[in-house]
Design a protein around this ligand. Sequence first.
Ligand code: SAM
Length: 270
Amino acid sequence: MEHETLDTSPATGPEHALYYTDDLIENLQLRWGEGLLSPGGAEELRRMLGKAEIDGLHVLDFGCGIGGYDALLVENHGAGHVTGVDIDEASLAVADRMRRQRRLQDRLDFVHVSPGPLPFQDRTFDTVFTKDSIVDLPEKAPVFDEMFRVARPGAWIFLSDWFRSEAPFTEEMRAWATEGGETYEMDTLKSAAAALSAAGFTQIETDDRNGWFRDFARDEYQRLKGPLFDTYVARFGRSQAETSVENARIRALLADQGQLRPGHVRGRKP
Ligand SMILES: C[S@@+](CC[C@H](N)C(=O)[O-])C[C@H]1O[C@@H](n2cnc3c(N)ncnc32)[C@H](O)[C@@H]1O
């Protein structure tokens, strides 16, 4: 989820093949790290997985973006193979380059998908993973049903997403969540857990990451207006650099208000 429109072509939303422009991909990686289109990196990934062992397992990553988390699943957590799926071909092209550069061709593959049923047989994957991609979906239940279908019995599901609080949106939150004519389809952590349970997953656990994100977002705002600002001006122009700073300021505010609450949900297919 990222609200910065970095080119002048119409931003028609995440299903638009050009949503993740080269500039947006670079902009996000500069602040969040190589391969990452969502914040947190290796530490958040470790926290998502908890004590679960995925050594040697075949993982599905739904909404893999440019594949940075997939490389970490293999390199840091010993996943046997990760299959990343995404609707955005430009992101998948970057992911494909990355897997060659990191010599992970045998352990990673990336599949372009369309919204709808996943192109895999029942019980294909040992583990399902998704980071900060469900928020893009207006209808989440059919995707959770698909994740359940393609998971083997005993498979873990690890989900991270941007959640909202139960409280009505503040003015700033409403503006942010509908910026650019789009509305992000934000759930609460509780309703996401209930939806995974309705899909058939059991042993559901949740982890509200608002506390971590408050500090993270504040730090990101400071970095963008401080040490990173000149790099952003040189790379994207002053106007875009200022937009990035302002968006970071708003995100930090929304986190402080408790409105924007990244969180994790974990479960298991019986
Ligand atoms: C914020 S990015 C996160 C990418 C990656 N998981 C990460 O954390 O770096 C959200 C991703 O979800 C993808 N996405 C959105 N709707 C999707 C769908 N219906 N099927 C597959 N991917 C989707 C987007 O194209 C985008 O790459």
